[in-house]
Design a protein around this ligand. Structure first.
Ligand SMILES: Cc1cc2nc3c(=O)[nH]c(=O)nc-3n(C[C@H](O)[C@H](O)[C@H](O)COP(=O)(O)OP(=O)(O)OC[C@H]3O[C@@H](n4cnc5c(N)ncnc54)[C@H](O)[C@@H]3O)c2cc1C
Length: 495
C-alpha cells in the first residue's frame, strides 16, 4: 500500500510529451514529480520491436520536417545521438502503381488520375470551406468521386495520408520538407531515454532506475479540487499532487478509461469528442528472399484495387536494412480496424494474395508477420489526432486548456504540429511553461530545499513554437505525392 505523499506534479503518461514535461519541470527546479505510465515501458507511440532480425518501428518511424530554416528539435536530438536514418523520397511511388495483373500503370495514366483526384479534393475543400459544419464524407459523395482502382489508390494516398493539408504546412515551413526514416537498432525510443537520463537516475546500461517513474500504473480516476488532485490507479494506489499533467492520447480521453471527479466541463468534453482519430497501421512481412524490384526510385510502390485502401501502400526495407527481406504495407482507419479484429494468419493470406497479383504466383510465402494493434490498445485507442481541415482555433484551444489543476499535453494539444513526434515534444514544453507560470502565481513550487529558477523558463519561451495556424497533415507516406493547395489554388505537387 503506497502512502499518499503530496508531490508537486504528477505526469500521467511517459510518451515524448510526458517525458519532455518532466524534463522541463526538473530544469526549472521542480523535481518532486511522479510519472505514472500504464505500460511496462516508456515511449508510448514511439515503439520499436525486433522483427526478422532487425529493429522495426511500430509507431512513429519518420522524423518529418528537416532541412528548413529552423532546426527540428527531434532531428537535433537524433543528430546528437548519431541515430541512423535514411532519407525517404516518396515521389518515386508515382512510377510504381501496379494493377491486379502485375502491370505498372503508364505514367501518363497515373498523372491523369492524379490530376482528377487533386481536382476532386479541391472541390471538396471549397465546399467544406463554405459549409464547414457539413459532414466531410457527404461532401465527398457530391464531388467527382474516384471510381477506378487507380483513382481509388491515388485518392487513398491523397486523403488518408495528407488529408489535403492546407498551406502553410507548419512542419515544412518551420522545419523543412525532408523526412528521414529512423533505422537504428536502438530505436526511435533511444531519444526518449537520452532525454530521461538528464533528470532521472539511470543505470550504466541505460535502464531508468528512478522511483519517480512508475511503470504499470494505469490511472483510472482524477479527483480534483481547488487544493490539489488525487490520482487513483487500477491497482488501488492513490497519489496526491498539487497539479497533474495529463499526456494521454485523444483516443484515451475519448474512451473514458480515466474518470474525472468532478466531471470535466462540457466545453472540454465536447472539444475532446470533436477531434478525429486516425488509425494507421504498418504491417511488417518477412520473406526468405527479395522478389520485388530494388534500386533507385523503387522503395515505395502502390497497389490499385477496387476496394479503397486495400493493401494500397507498400515499402521495402532494403534501403533501411539491406538484406532484411522485409516489406511493410500501410493500412488506415476502417481497414486497420478490420485487420486488427482478425487473426494475423488471415491478414497474411490477404497480403500474400495482393503480392501475388503484383509479382506473380511463384513468390515465396512470408515467413513471419507483425501486425500492431493501435486501435485495440486501451492506452492508445488510435494512432494520432486528426483535426478537421478547417479547425477553428477554439477547438484546439479547448483541448489544450487546463481544467482547474489538471493540465493537458500531448501531440493533440499542438495546433501547428499535431500528429507528429515534434508536436508531442513541443507540447510538453508548452504545457509545462503554462503550468510553471501558474505554479509561480500559486507559489506551490516553493519548497524549502529548492529555489525556482526563472532563467530556463525565459530561455525556453524563445524556442517554443506558439501554435497559431491550424493545419492537417498526415505523414509517413508520400508527402510529395500529396495535395498541397495554396489558398485552394493550383496544386503544387503533380504526379
Ligand atoms: C503507427 C504510427 C505511426 C506514426 N508515424 C509517425 C511518424 O512517422 N513521424 C511522426 O513524427 N509521428 C508519427 N506518429 C505520431 C507520434 O508517434 C505521436 O504524435 C507521438 O509519439 C505522441 O506522443 P505523446 O507523448 O503525445 O503521446 P503518447 O506517446 O501516446 O504518450 C502517452 C502515454 O500515456 C500512457 N497512458 C495512456 N493511458 C494511460 C493511463 N490511463 N494511465 C497512465 N498512462 C497512460 C500511454 O501508455 C503512453 O505511454 C505515428 C504514430 C503511430 C501510432
Amino acid at each position: 500500500m503506497e502512502i499518499p505523499i503530496k508531490c508537486s506534479v504528477i505526469i500521467v503518461g511517459a510518451g515524448i510529451s510526458g517525458i519532455m514535461a518532466a524534463k522541463v519541470l526538473a530544469e526549472n527546479g521542480v523535481d518532486d514529480v511522479l510519472i505514472l505510465e500504464a505500460a511496462d515501458r516508456i515511449g508510448g507511440r514511439i515503439r520499436k520491436e525486433d522483427f526478422g532480425g532487425v529493429t522495426v518501428e511500430l509507431g512513429a518511424g519518420w522524423i518529418a520536417g528537416v532541412g528548413g530554416k529552423q532546426p527540428n528539435p527531434v532531428w537535433e536530438l537524433a543528430r546528437h545521438s548519431d541515430l541512423r536514418t535514411c532519407l525517404s523520397d516518396y515521389s518515386n511511388a508515382r512510377y510504381n502503381i501496379y494493377d491486379h495483373s502485375g502491370k505498372i500503370f503508364p505514367s501518363g495514366v497515373a498523372a491523369q488520375s492524379y490530376q482528377k483526384a487533386v481536382e476532386s479534393a479541391i472541390q471538396k475543400l471549397r465546399k467544406q470551406e463554405s459549409s464547414p459544419d457539413v459532414d466531410a464524407s457527404l461532401l465527398a459523395e457530391t464531388a467527382s468521386a474516384p471510381k477506378t482502382p487507380i483513382e481509388l489508390a491515388i485518392d487513398f494516398i491523397l486523403h488518408d495520408f495528407e488529408m489535403a493539408e492546407v498551406e502553410p504546412i507548419s512542419t515544412y515551413v518551420d522545419f523543412g520538407d525532408r523526412e528521414f526514416l529512423v533505422a537504428d537498432e536502438r530505436g526511435y525510443e533511444h531519444l526518449l531515454y537520452k532525454m530521461a537520463e538528464t533528470f532521472l537516475f539511470t543505470t550504466e546500461d541505460g535502464e531508468i532506475s528512478d522511483s519517480r517513474l512508475k511503470l504499470n500504473k494505469v490511472v483510472r480516476e482524477l479527483q480534483h479540487s481547488r487544493n490539489g488532485v488525487s490520482v487513483k490507479t487500477e491497482d488501488g494506489s492513490v497519489f496526491d499532487a498539487h497539479y497533474v499533467i495529463l499526456s494521454v492520447s485523444i483516443g484515451v480521453l475519448q474512451s473514458h478509461l480515466i474518470s474525472f471527479l468532478p466531471p470535466l466541463p462540457r466545453w472540454k468534453t465536447e472539444a475532446i469528442s470533436n477531434c478525429d482519430i486516425m488509425v494507421y497501421t504498418k504491417v511488417f512481412l518477412k520473406f526468405p528472399h527479395k522478389f520485388w524490384p530494388c534500386g533507385p526510385e523503387k522503395e515505395f510502390f502502390v497497389y490499385a484495387h477496387e476496394r479503397r485502401g486495400y493493401y494500397t501502400f507498400w515499402q521495402h526495407m532494403e534501403n533501411a536494412y539491406p538484406g532484411s527481406n522485409i516489406l511493410v504495407v500501410t493500412l488506415t482507419n476502417g481497414e486497420s480496424k478490420r485487420i486488427e479484429a482478425q487473426s494475423d494468419q488471415e491478414t497474411l493470406a490477404e497480403a500474400m494474395e495482393v503480392l501475388r497479383n503484383m509479382f506473380g504466383h511463384d513468390i515465396p510465402d512470408a515467413m513471419d508477420i507483425l501486425v500492431p494493434r493501435w486501435w485495440n490498445n486501451r492506452f492508445q485507442r488510435g494512432s494520432y489526432s486528426n483535426y478537421p481541415i478547417y479547425t477553428n482555433h477554439q477547438l484546439v484551444g479547448d483541448i489544450k486548456a487546463p481544467v482547474g489543476r489538471i493540465f493537458f499535453t500531448g501531440e493533440h494539444t499542438s495546433e501547428k504540429f499535431s500528429g507528429y513526434v515534434h508536436g508531442g515534444y513541443l507540447s510538453g514544453i508548452d504545457t509545462t511553461k503554462a503550468l510553471l507560470e501558474e505554479m509561480r502565481r500559486g507559489k506551490e513550487w516553493k519548497n524549502e530545499s529548492q529555489t525556482f529558477r526563472i532563467e530556463p523558463l525565459i530561455a525556453l519561451s524563445g524556442s517554443i513554437q506558439q501554435d497559431a495556424v491550424s493545419n492537417l497533415h498526415k505523414f509517413d507516406i508520400p508527402r510529395q505525392l500529396f495535395l498541397h493547395t495554396s489558398n485552394l489554388g493550383a496544386p503544387k505537387a503533380i504526379l
